[in-house]
Write a new protein. Structure first.
Length: 311
């Protein structure tokens, strides 16, 4: 018989958050490329209305098939419907209209300014502290994105009209981010995402019928592939991950990952669409990466009493 005391070996729990963050960034940034492909062969409003409606129907049909009891109250349904207008109909409706005349790389670049405005509004409305690390990180993010956009604009290949729509798209996603944290829906994110998609699709439907022509659709294999990715990878999985990150990390830290979108979107645009990426663009990645580290490090190291909320 051994006289040695038994020692309980503690095993560290696997933390899936880095995996969720990586997958979210890849899906969200590639969606700009898939969107650019989609709007090339299909009017943006028709593409988005079909995307949202199909995604919403799929999510709710899967829930019904699994006999999931809907934990959404009437208030939660209303909140997710409002988010559907902001995060889906306005954000992507305006953004995809802009993609008709701007590159996928620049589209991802403009939307990546999300953390700057979200951090300011989160400090005003959500009580999230703007520490010196966050301020320094956000300034570095602005610097990196600014370096990239300055060079991209000097090329002169992107339309001012498209840039205006993309800026309006940015305002919509910032509004949707703050609304999610302020209104704080309590129900299932999965079912809530289905409600959000349906609401976004229904909001766009009358505009798609009146402002777009079905005859402008060019059937192609690439359109089918882009549409499938946008429905499954974009509207369903990416938004589910986004809501989860907002709950776990807080609005400021979660939004900081949008600084990763310009280099990733430009990389995917170069790989898939052949869009030119210059060395000057890549230099902007360095302050962007450092900025994300500074913004998110306090949230990752903080305890339950900090700005991180329970998942």
């Amino acid at each position: 018989m051994s006289l040695a005391p038994s020692v309980a070996i503690s095993r560290s729990r696997f933390n899936p958050l880095p995996l969720y963050i990586t997958l979210f960034c890849l899906l969200w940034s590639f969606a700009f490329v898939a969107g650019k492909i989609g709007v090339t062969d299909c009017p943006p409003l028709i593409l988005l209305a079909a995307r949202f409606l199909l995604a919403g129907v799929l999510i709710l049909a899967i829930s019904a098939f699994r006999h999931d009891a809907s934990p959404l109250s009437a208030r939660d349904v209303m909140v997710f419907a409002i988010l559907g207008v902001a995060n889906n109909a306005l954000y992507l409706g305006l953004g995809y209209t802009g993609l008709k005349s701007v590159s996928a790389g620049l589209g991802g670049l403009i939307v990546s300014a999300n953390p700057v405005f979200t951090a300011a509004l989160a400090a005003l409305f959500l009580g999230e502290r703007l520490t010196w690390r966050k301020v320094a990180g956000l300034l570095l993010g602005i610097l990196g994105v600014g370096l990239i956009v300055w060079h991209r604009m000097s090329v002169g290949t992107d339309s001012l009209h498209g840039i205006f729509f993309t800026l309006a798209s940015l305002a919509s996603i910032v509004t949707g981010t703050i609304l999610f944290k302020v209104l704080a829906p309590k129900g299932s994110l999965w079912i809530g995402n289905g409600v959000q998609n349906l609401a976004g699709g229904l909001a766009l439907l009358p505009f798609a019928f009146t402002l777009a022509d079905v005859g402008d659709i060019v059937p192609s294999a690439r359109l089918v592939g882009a549409f499938a990715f946008l429905v499954l990878g974009g509207s369903i999985l990416a938004y589910l991950l986004w809501f989860h990150l907002l709950k776990v990390c807080g609005a400021t830290a979660a939004s900081a990952y949008h600084f990763l979108m310009p280099p990733l979107a430009m990389l995917f645009a170069w790989m898939v669409l052949g869009e030119h990426v210059a060395f000057r663009d890549l230099l902007g990645v360095i302050p962007v990466a450092l900025g994300i580290y500074l913004v998110t490090r306090p949230a990752a190291a903080a305890g339950p009493s900090s700005e991180r909320s329970k998942p």
